[in-house]
Design a binder for this molecule. Structure first.
Ligand code: HEM
Length: 533
């Protein structure tokens, strides 16, 4: 009798409707929080450790009250004693990582799942509404552009084809430093200007076959136009993936609360002002048949045809891909060379060893050539050390999870933004002995074999690995090595008495706090520089 009463309660219509309603409510709430969740993963695994999020806004209040989002994230990981964390910004799970084994799980083992990029105000603006390669979420557009970039624009054959243009700029670099001489005392050189503009000149030269947009300068230095353009590139870089609050709180988007949008629009306008007329004219020339010879990468882009003999790239794709190449080329090599030279000046034995290598491989009768690069292992070790210790960005470009998955036994929900920490990977004390010391020897191999700038084990970040790995590896290596090698081989470098070299990082970004301004004196016989006339 009692059991009959019990079952009649259980199955009474009121109770069964209530149970169904409660279950549906739970499911709705969960779907709102985790729109595409995989139930078993959510049962079995926890999110990586992290601060407790507020409803809806997540940990945005803590992030906004910190001076710098990257520093706040890194400090938080230290406080939690973790090498992988989960921070909620609005509805987005942000997953910072500072351990190479975990980093390899994301970018090598589960590369297919993490091959997308976030949607953000800055990436949309800079990529021309996602018409490029690097800033574009995974999909057909990315596949199309990556194929073109790898096979048509940055292929080994194109790299060889563009050798002459790169060498012209390597000579211009030496000319610019050489022309700073007053008398036998040497000349004062702002190394940051020399390195940033060398990179800007090379990419401009190989794309547009042009180094100056305006009159230029006698000494080979940047004109006003080039200064304006490179400044615009660094504004773009600073505000791309810069934790803009409106990316996490959609209803704030129209307000541009942190002013990032305005700054990016101005920078884009500057770049377009110089690039657009050249691109438009070139497209016209090819259309009219007044240009038929392929002389630079812009010609290659304009003349690529699809199966129906129609242009493969739209004007927007050409414009935006060129902007992306500019952003991708200028920052890493210039920053690595500036920091490397400063570190080497602080440890003269290292500078001496690098100079000895250069004299042995190149001699003193000529300047460094690209064909010397394979033999310059110590120079490459110095550059690796600079990339490890002084990365230009605190984090790698974000990768986005395309479905729920488990990494390092933690749940990583679909849509998570994975941020490999360039700073903390390179300085992880479990991986690197004396992590804060500039010690190029750690990158030399016992058997004396070739040193590369690539680091596929992700113990620090240069070009990363996998689907979204950098397609500019060869060009990036060439630029970095030629830059540092030519500066060190061609000149002796000393600090001025009133401005000693200080290895101090800027509060706001990964640059040296003060540009490296030091005295350069030619160290080769005059004949070695004669080709520069
Ligand atoms: C030393 C120089 C360079 C370094 C250290 C570097 C580093 C990187 C890194 C870390 C990424 C992101 C990889 C990832 O998401 O995991 C990347 C992507 C990319 N880089 Fe580079 N890069 C360099 C030079 C260049 C150059 C010269 C170009 C082209 C002119 C270039 C074009 C690209 C492109 C298009 C992507 C996006 C790839 C994709 O999303 O599929 N990079 N680079």
């Amino acid at each position: 009798m009692e059991s009959r009463a019990f079952f009649s309660v259980i199955i009474s219509p009121f109770w069964s409707y209530s149970m169904v309603f409660i279950a549906a409510l739970f499911r709705l709430i969960k779907t709102l929080i985790y729109p595409h969740s995989t139930p078993t993963l959510f049962h079995k695994h926890r999110l990586p450790p992290g601060p407790k999020p507020w409803p809806i806004i997540g940990n945005l209040p803590e992030m906004l009250s910190s001076k710098s989002a990257p520093k706040w994230i890194h400090q938080l990981m230290k406080n939690l004693n973790t090498e992988i964390a989960c921070i909620k910004l609005g509805n987005v799970h942000v997953i910072p990582v500072s351990n190479p084994t975990i980093a390899c799980e994301f970018l090598r083992k589960q590369d297919d799942i993490f091959a997308s990029r976030p949607i953000s105000m800055a990436s949309r603006l800079l990529s021309g509404n996602y018409s490029t390669t690097g800033l574009v979420p995974y999909g057909e557009q990315w596949k199309k552009m990556k194929k073109i970039v790898v096979k048509e624009l940055l292929s080994p054959a194109k790299h060889r084809w563009l050798h002459g243009k790169r060498m012209e700029e390597a000579d211009n670099l030496v000319r610019y430093v050489y022309m700073s001489q007053n008398n036998n005392e040497g000349g004062l050189v702002n190394v940051r200007i020399a390195t940033q503009h060398y990179c800007g000149n090379v990419i401009r030269k190989i794309i547009f076959d042009k180094r100056y947009f305006g009159e230029g300068r006698e000494d080979g230095g940047p004109g006003l136009e080039e200064v304006e353009l490179v400044d615009a590139v660094f504004i773009m870089l600073k505000h791309l993936y810069a934790f803009s609050v409106s990316d996490y709180v959609p209803f704030l988007r129209a307000l541009d609360v942190d002013g990032h949008k305005k700054m990016l629009e101005n920078a884009t306008r500057t770049m377009n002002k110089y690039h657009d007329p050249i691109i438009k004219q070139r497209i016209q020339q090819w259309k009219e048949g007044t240009k038929t010879e392929t002389e630079d990468l812009l010609d290659v882009m304009v003349s690529l045809m699809d199966a129906n003999n129609k242009p493969l790239l739209t004007m927007q794709e050409i414009k935006s891909q060129i902007t992306e190449f500019m952003i991708a080329t200028v920052d890493n090599p210039s920053n690595a060379a500036e920091w490397a030279l400063a570190e080497m000046m602080k440890q003269p034995k290292i500078l001496e060893k690098a100079t000895e290598e250069l004299d042995k491989v190149v001699g003193k009768e000529r300047l460094v050539e690209e064909s010397d690069i394979p033999k310059l292992n110590y120079i490459k070790a110095c550059l690796r050390e600079s990339f490890r210790l002084h990365p230009i960005d605190p984090f790698n470009i974000p990768h986005v999870a395309m479905c729920d998955t488990v990494v390092s036994n933690y749940l990583i929900p679909e849509g998570s933004h994975v941020l490999l920490s360039r700073v903390e990977l390179g300085r992880n004390p479990k991986v690197w002995e004396e992590p804060h010391k500039f010690k190029p020897e750690r990158h030399l191999r016992d058997d004396g074999s070739n040193v590369f700038l690539t680091e596929s084990d992700l113990r620090f970040i240069t070009f990363t690995a996998g689907k979204r790995g950098c397609p500019g590896m060869v060009l990036g290596t060439t630029l970095s090595v030629m830059l540092l090698a030519r500066l060190i081989h061609g000149f002796t470098w000393t600090a001025t008495t009133n401005q000693p070299v200080e290895l101090l990082q800027s509060e706001d970004d990964p640059f040296m706090a003060h540009p490296l301004v030091v005295v350069a004196k030619p160290r080769l016989p005059n004949e070695a520089y004669s080709l520069l006339d």
